[in-house]
Design a protein around this ligand. Structure first.
Ligand code: APR
Length: 320
């Protein structure tokens, strides 16, 4: 059987890291697309030349032509601009919306059967716009944010508790940004919920609150350190987990920006929720009962995303 074809739209920091991970994990052959001439070709060749050393079987091709993504099984979109220090994800809206239009049309015309994972920020609004421009089924278009946000949360918690990251689970809901909703009662160490760990004296409520805030600000913390761009290793690893769940029909339960129509009181809206990812794409939205405080945080997060979607409609008439 032929290897799966994985198209990476955007060959910048995240795109290059994605290509490297796809090759190392032998998930399929890579087509790296970018408007910048030479960048996708150079990165593809560089990674391919690591193949004999790493011992992977994968072909990599760099291109400026959408026809090369024809028949892709998975498209991961990072095209656009990242933020610089002092910028919020929302400041990227206008410029990245235009990019989503050309990318959405390129996918529509060349890879309409692909499972599409958007990473471009501001994530929740961009994945909505990408779906609108591409016209693909909603269950085949989603966004990567929740895995990254919960990975950051898990990392900070494992350091605080001095235990393996493998034994820390975390649960986040809502938009990718300052309004994300980390659910502490569903986040655990080996099944023990965080509020119980506070009672057991493993940490204090103040420290836990500070970790939640650091998680919310996780992207900005990296931007202020790097100064020239935003995070790329952890975002790439997170999107690869989603692509692998789809390609191997793993039925993984993963938080991502998915189209929610009916659950959580939403009628046709992209926001971060727990999902099941398998061969059908987003096969299920997992709806949990929120308490009053969590519901208020979720509503405010949804409200923030709605504001961005409305702003997109104001910029591009075809979305209205
Ligand atoms: N079509 C294809 N590629 C494009 C387009 C376009 N219309 N416009 C820009 N690009 C390419 C750029 O040439 C660049 O190589 O997208 C790439 C983006 O790469 P980086 O600037 O390195 O950004 P990166 O760190 O990879 O982040 C990409 O993901 O997490 C988000 O906020 C982040 O929106 C940003 C995106």
């Amino acid at each position: 059987m032929a290897r799966p074809k994985i198209a990476l739209i955007g060959a910048g920091q995240i795109g290059g890291t994605l290509a490297h991970l796809v090759a190392l994990k032998e998930l399929g052959d890579v087509v790296l697309f970018d408007i910048a001439e030479g960048t996708p070709e150079g990165k593809s060749l560089d990674i391919a030349e690591s193949g004999p050393v790493e011992g992977f079987d994968a072909s990599l091709k760099g291109t400026q032509s959408y026809s090369d993504i024809a028949g892709a099984d998975v498209c991961i979109v990072t095209a656009g601009v990242p933020r610089k220090p002092g910028m919020s994800r929302d400041d990227l809206l206008g410029i990245n919306l235009k990019v989503m239009k050309s990318v959405g049309e390129g996918i529509r015309d060349n890879a309409p059967d692909a499972f599409v994972i958007c990473i471009t920020n501001p994530l929740d609004a961009m994945v909505w716009a990408l779906r609108e421009f591409s016209g693909l089924p909603h269950e085949k278009v989603c966004g990567m944010a929740g895995i990254l946000d919960s990975a950051r949360f898990r990392h900070f918690l494992s350091v605080e508790f001095d235990v393996s990251m493998k034994d820390v689970t975390a649960f986040v809901l809502g938009g990718h940004g300052d309004t994300m909703v980390p659910l502490t009662r569903y986040s655990t160490v080996a099944g023990i919920p965080l509020p119980d760990l506070v009672k057991m004296g493993w940490t204090t409520q103040e420290k836990l609150d500070a970790i939640v805030q650091r998680t919310r600000d996780g992207g900005a913390e990296i931007v202020s350190l790097l100064k020239t761009g935003s995070a790329f290793y952890a975002p790439a690893a997170s999107a690869i987990e989603m692509a692998e769940a789809y390609l191997k029909d793993q039925k993984r339960v993963l938080p991502c920006a998915a189209y929610v129509d009916g659950a959580y009181g939403l009628d046709g809206f992209y926001v971060g929720v727990p999902t099941v990812i398998g061969a059908g794409g987003i096969e299920k939205i997992v709806e949990i009962k929120l308490d009053k405080e969590e519901q208020a945080m979720f509503d405010s997060s949804v409200g923030a995303v709605k504001g961005l979607v409305d702003a997109c409609k104001g910029i591009d008439d075809s979305l209205a």
